[in-house]
Write a protein that binds this ligand. Structure first.
Ligand SMILES: NC(=O)c1ccc[n+]([C@@H]2O[C@H](COP(=O)([O-])OP(=O)(O)OC[C@H]3O[C@@H](n4cnc5c(N)ncnc54)[C@H](O)[C@@H]3O)[C@@H](O)[C@H]2O)c1
Length: 295
């Protein structure tokens, strides 16, 4: 199937969508980077709320395993695994076409895939900077570019339809991050893209918002026992006086007034707000336990 065929398909299907029980009953969603971490948790919350979800990831076997587990846990809705490299133009176009084909349309696109390579100016290589920027910044552009084609086609066929593109950004998109500028810069840029896409796409009832989570300490990025950030920061002596992973964790927990880490459910709550609210677009919503307060 090519893009023109995918658009024809979603136009035909848009009026005959099957319904499921739940808050997002019958909605069709794509989540990138959904094989693990926040993306996997978000996909589960979307399915629980009645949406059908395509889990897109670079790691297809892991996404396939995740989709099988989610289908067992939520038999009323369907999860599909699709391969995707969000930093690659052809791969993103193919992802959008395949998702439109397996789901029958796309109402919610969650641009969640992201990578992190921390480092000071004197240690950051050009290759690492490019890698982080390609996935976190350019990847969001590519996803919005292709999925908006499908969403526009749906709107043209049914002018009552609203769609959502939601970037999973970060609190590091709202405030600078020491020795982590490649990540923070791309995330700040993501908010610029969010606002600009929002202005461009609202005539087609496509809202574009960003959700800016605080740290997900129980997720693999932080808690992986070998390469998680807690272990890395302990080894690097980043937290003065910390002797154990527990000490590093306590140090980070103390940074947010609500002293716990962010969870996928916290992120999904903000995501539901974005979808249900038809009088807001172009926003960047912190979900950081009060660590970031907007002025
Ligand atoms: N973990 C946190 O504390 C935290 C905090 C704030 C924001 N975020 C953001 O949340 C998002 C998810 O982070 P996470 O911690 O769950 O990450 P993670 O490393 O646990 O999972 C990321 C997933 O994305 C996939 N992926 C990586 N590169 C990809 C690419 N080019 N194309 C497609 N898939 C790709 C990986 O295979 C993996 O399954 C990221 O955008 C991240 O910046 C994370």
């Amino acid at each position: 199937m090519d893009m023109a065929q995918a658009k024809r398909l979603v136009r035909e299907r848009v009026r005959e969508r099957p319904a499921a029980e739940g808050r997002l009953s019958g909605k069709l969603a794509v989540v990138t980077g959904a094989a693990q971490g926040f993306g996997l948790g978000i996909a589960g919350e979307l399915l629980r709320a009645g949406a059908h979800v395509a889990l897109a990831d670079l790691n297809l076997p892991l996404a396939q395993r995740a989709a099988a587990e989610l289908n067992a846990a939520f038999p009323e809705t369907r999860a599909y695994a699709l391969p995707a490299d969000v930093s690659d133009r052809a791969s993103v176009e193919q992802l959008v076409i395949s998702a439109a084909e397996v789901l029958g349309g796309i109402d919610i696109f969650v641009a969640n895939a992201g990578v992190l390579k921390a480092g000071r100016l004197d240690e950051m290589t050009e290759a690492d900077f490019d890698f982080v920027t390609r996935v976190n910044y350019k990847g969001f552009f590519l996803c919005a570019k292709y999925v908006s084609e499908i969403m526009r086609a749906q709107f043209e066929a049914d002018g009552t339809r609203w769609s959502d593109i939601i970037q999973i950004n970060s609190k590091s998109g709202l405030i600078g991050s020491k020795a982590n500028f490649a990540y923070a810069g791309g995330k700040f840029g993501g908010i610029g893209l969010t606002q600009s896409f929002a202005l461009e796409l609202i005539p087609y009832q496509i809202k574009v918002n960003a959700v800016c989570p605080g740290n997900y300490y129980d997720g693999p990025l932080w808690s992986d026992p070998e390469k998680g950030l807690f272990v890395q920061y302990l080894r690097a002596g980043k937290v003065p006086g910390a002797a154990t992973v527990r000490d590093v964790r306590d140090f980070y927990l103390s940074k947010s007034p609500i002293r716990r880490g962010c969870t996928p459910r916290d992120v999904a709550t903000a995501l539901f707000y974005c979808v249900e609210q038809t009088f807001e677009t172009g926003q960047a919503i912190p979900v950081s336990g009060g660590q970031i307060m907007l002025s």
